[in-house]
Design a protein around this ligand. Structure first.
Ligand code: UDP
Ligand code: MG
Length: 321
């Protein structure tokens, strides 16, 4: 169904997915044609360099309700999703990954849950997660922390498959900061959220963009984007170490005064020195992380820049934001 006034917008952030995107689009088309509600598909090409854009352009006519939003460069998954929100015209917006890991067959259940439960946001919950155990550990820690901070009980912050009402995406678009993680943002806003267990598939082609080191920072970012908890943890560490230091000092002093005992334990002092310097540097780097984020914010740069918008039902046009 060609859709000048779509009810449902499917947003797909896409970065170097030339081998996956067509099969995902075909699957979505099949599922959505069965629902029989007007819909549009918005593929946000996040500066791909592997020919994804060319593949999309070539197949524009195959998908009569497709829009392609090309960003000027690679901005990241979340900026790409926000760009998609900005161009969505549906009352309900669904996000799904372009690598085929999120099964499009789950879209109807997500929409149904959102509508029947009157939720603002329904997120996919990959109960049986695929992926490395280090990723699972990171995501457990971050999910638990975010749930505690926001009291939202969101189960799977990292899942790219989710469903929003228009009013939720409009609230999200009001934000101007750069470190945004959509589920954390929604939870922070205090909206009505639900985690819906969905199936997950293995990536067929290509590799995940997230490496272990970047995962650490992504997870730090998610927490830092809505809370100052890491700074408070530093304060707590400082108090603990001060107390330990005070207790050790008192012990040495008492032993010297009462029993005349002296110490010459260089190894312990050296170990303690390295340990404390490590903790000190770690704490400083967390503070610097907040300062550098503040620096990024005061620059007031756009979150993403659109180079071109292409639609299968309109002429090509160019938009620079
Ligand atoms: N993605 C993006 N920009 C990026 C990195 C990823 O638009 O800079 C897209 C990617 O094409 C996919 C989704 O975001 O559709 C999730 O990325 P990926 O599969 O690499 O992450 P994972 O599934 O491992 O969390
Ligand atoms: Mg993936």
């Amino acid at each position: 169904m060609s859709a000048p006034h779509p009810e449902i917008s499917i947003v797909i952030p896409t970065y170097n997915e030339s081998e996956n995107i067509l099969s995902v689009l075909s699957e979505i088309k099949e599922v959505m044609d069965n629902i029989d509600r007007p819909y549009e598909i918005i593929v946000v090409d996040d500066g791909s360099t592997d020919g994804t854009l060319e593949v999309l352009k070539k197949n524009l006519s195959t998908f009569p309700n497709l829009r392609i939003i090309r960003l000027t460069r690679n901005f990241g998954q979340h900026p790409a999703i926000y760009a998609g929100f900005n161009y969505s015209r549906g009352k309900i917006i669904v996000t799904i990954d372009a690598d085929g890991q999120n099964p499009p067959s789950e879209i109807p259940r997500l929409i149904q849950t959102l509508e029947e439960g009157n939720y603002d946001f329904v997120q996919g919950w990959r109960k049986e997660r695929k992926g490395t155990s280090i990723r699972k550990i990171f995501s457990r820690i971050v999910n638990w922390t975010i749930s505690k901070i926001t009291r939202s009980n969101l189960k799977d912050i990292g899942c790219g498959m989710a469903c929003f009402t228009k009013s939720t995406t409009q609230k999200l678009l009001q934000a101007s900061h750069h470190f945004r993680y959509i589920p954390a943002e929604v939870a922070w806003m205090g909206l009505k959220v639900y985690s819906l267990p969905i199936s997950q598939r293995e990536r067929v082609k290509g590799k995940s963009r997230y490496r272990v080191w970047s995962l650490f920072w992504v997870n730090f970012d998610i927490i830092a984007s809505i809370s100052t908890l890491p700074v408070e943890v530093i304060g707590f560490i400082g108090v603990i170490f001060s107390l330990i230091g005070f207790a050790m000092g008192t012990r040495i002093l008492l032993r010297r005064i009462l029993w005349g005992l002296t110490y010459n334990d260089m190894a312990t002092v050296t170990a303690l020195f390295f340990f404390l310097v490590g903790v000190q540097i770690l704490c400083t780097s967390v503070l610097c992380a907040y300062i550098s984020r503040t620096y990024r914010e005061v620059q007031h740069r756009p979150y993403y820049i659109v180079q071109q918008v292409m639609e299968s039902y309109q002429n090509e046009n160019r938009t620079d934001e």
